[in-house]
Structure formats: structure tokens, C-alpha cells
Design a protein around this ligand. Structure first.
Ligand code: SF4
Length: 269
């Protein structure tokens, strides 16, 4: 079996606290009423208070944005995602499975799954029932198993068994939405895309870097303000910052690399 790829945290990075809730994908789980990424982790009162304070935030200057990302780069020059995968296909499957689930929970299930099925052909040969068994520890596993089989069928029927390299093609796959496409384009194909999950959404709004009411607004805002030299890794720097430092309920402002640049009135450092 090929080597599992996974991200590594800088040694000083603290462990994920139990209070951090899981990120959401936009399409894989097909929730009845999609909440914004921020609503997924904040209480209504907290959300209202943050929104109110965000309104008055002064935009970052280009020099401040450059300074922030220079610090992220210095601290962690090659940030990596934490979803284990073997190739673009297993990355795609892992991202689809990660909707409303933690990366650690997905990795636990996919280690065994990818050991027997690391191509669309092998996944089809395994069949939906067995895929379901492998991923039954992940939320919404029935729907996700159906999507994994359906997307594998589509990859074989329409893309020669390969993961396509355009956003439109990726978004046409069962269970894949804009965030999935952005993660695959960035991690598998090295494109400068910005996938906005709950952590990126919170950091962009709180700090004032790219405030927005929806993940798409934040995505476009971040693409507008982040210099291109940082865009390849910007998604991971922001995700890791939100996951380990700028926590939803108790941000670790005292440990924050960008505390002097952050515009959040409630920051504690
Ligand atoms: S200073 Fe606090 S609120 Fe601001 S980015 Fe850092 S951890 Fe988040």
C-alpha cells in the first residue's frame, strides 16, 4: 500500500481541545437547512455580539496582511492538511467523508478503507454495503457511502477513472461541493484556491481580514486581500490558526502570532 499522507503540526502546536466542534462541508451531507459555518460553532448570542463588533472593524492594510502571512510562513513554512490520503482520489473521498465530521474521525475509518480501495475501480468492486461498514463510525455514513460509490462510478464513466482538475467538474461529482473542489484543487493539484470551513470563516471575520456573511463572501474576500505568493498555503495556515489558536469559544490570544494585527475588540492580548 502506498504511504499515507498526512499533515504535521509544528511541535509547539497544542492538541485539539474537545470543545472545538467539527468543520462542515457544504454539499456532501446535504443538510436540510445549511447553516453558515460560523453558526455551526457559535451560540446565537455570541454570533450576534461578534457580528456587531465586526461591523466597525477597520480593514487591514496590504502591509498588515503581508506581515501576518509572513509570520504564518515563518512559523510553519509547509503547512499540510490533516486528512490522510494516498492519491487525489482518496483525498477526494476523504474530503467528501469529512462533512460534519472531524479529520481524526475520518482518518480512523479511511485507513482501513483505503488499504483495500484506493481507486474508483476498487471502491466499486468493494460495493456500497462494505464501504458503509468501513465508514460507519462517521456521521451520515449511509448517505456518504452512497455518494462515494456514485462519485466513483462517475469518475470511471466520465473522467477515465481520474479525478478531474476543474472546479465545475469536481462540483458535478456526487457529494462534492465548492469546499471539496477547493481542497482538492489546492492539495492535489497545487492551485491557489481558498476553501472556507468553519475555522477559516471564524478567523477571517474575527480578525477583520476578510469579513463576510457567507463562506463564499469570505472566500472571495480572502482571495482579494491575500498576496498571491501566500495563496498556495493560506488555506492551511488559516485553518490551523482557527483550529489550534483562534478557538471558537476561548481563543488563545496570548499565544497568537498575529495578536497585534487582529482587529477583534474582544481579543485578550
Ligand atoms: S488575537 Fe485572539 S481573536 Fe485575534 S486572531 Fe489571535 S487568537 Fe484570534
Amino acid at each position: 500500500m502506498a504511504k499515507i499522507t498526512r499533515g504535521h503540526q509544528p511541535k509547539s502546536t497544542p492538541a485539539i481541545p474537545k470543545s472545538v466542534k467539527k468543520p462542515r462541508d457544504h454539499a456532501a451531507a446535504r443538510p436540510k437547512q445549511a447553516k453558515s459555518a460560523k453558526q455551526a460553532t457559535a451560540k446565537p448570542g455570541q454570533l450576534r455580539a461578534e457580528k456587531k463588533s465586526i461591523k466597525a472593524i477597520k480593514p487591514w492594510t496590504p502591509a498588515e496582511v503581508r506581515e501576518a502571512f509572513s509570520r504564518f510562513r515563518k512559523a510553519n513554512p509547509e503547512p499540510k492538511g490533516e486528512l490522510e490520503h494516498l492519491n487525489p482520489y482518496t483525498l477526494l473521498v476523504a474530503v467528501v467523508l469529512s462533512a460534519q465530521a472531524t479529520d481524526a474521525g475520518v482518518n480512523k475509518a479511511t485507513r482501513a478503507l483505503f488499504a483495500v480501495a484506493d481507486t474508483p475501480q476498487k471502491m466499486l468492486a468493494l460495493g456500497e454495503d462494505k464501504v458503509r461498514d468501513y465508514i460507519k463510525t462517521i456521521g451520515l455514513y449511509r448517505n456518504k457511502a452512497r455518494n462515494v460509490i456514485a462519485l466513483s462510478e462517475k469518475l470511471i464513466a466520465e473522467f477515465g477513472g481520474q479525478v478531474p482538475r476543474t472546479r465545475a467538474e469536481l462540483e458535478s461529482l456526487p457529494g462534492a461541493g465548492r469546499k471539496t473542489a477547493n481542497v482538492v484543487l489546492n492539495m492535489a493539484f497545487g492551485e491557489r484556491t481558498m476553501a472556507v470551513d468553519t475555522h477559516v470563516f471564524r478567523v477571517a471575520n474575527r480578525t477583520g481580514l476578510a469579513p463576510g456573511n457567507t463562506p463564499l463572501e469570505v472566500e472571495l474576500g480572502l482571495e482579494r486581500v491575500i498576496p498571491s505568493e501566500f495563496m498556495l498555503h493560506a488555506h492551511h495556515w488559516l485553518i490551523l490558526h482557527g483550529r489550534y489558536t483562534c478557538l471558537a469559544r476561548s481563543p488563545r490570544c496570548g499565544l497568537c502570532l498575529i495578536h497585534d494585527l487582529c482587529r477583534w475588540p474582544e481579543k485578550t492580548a
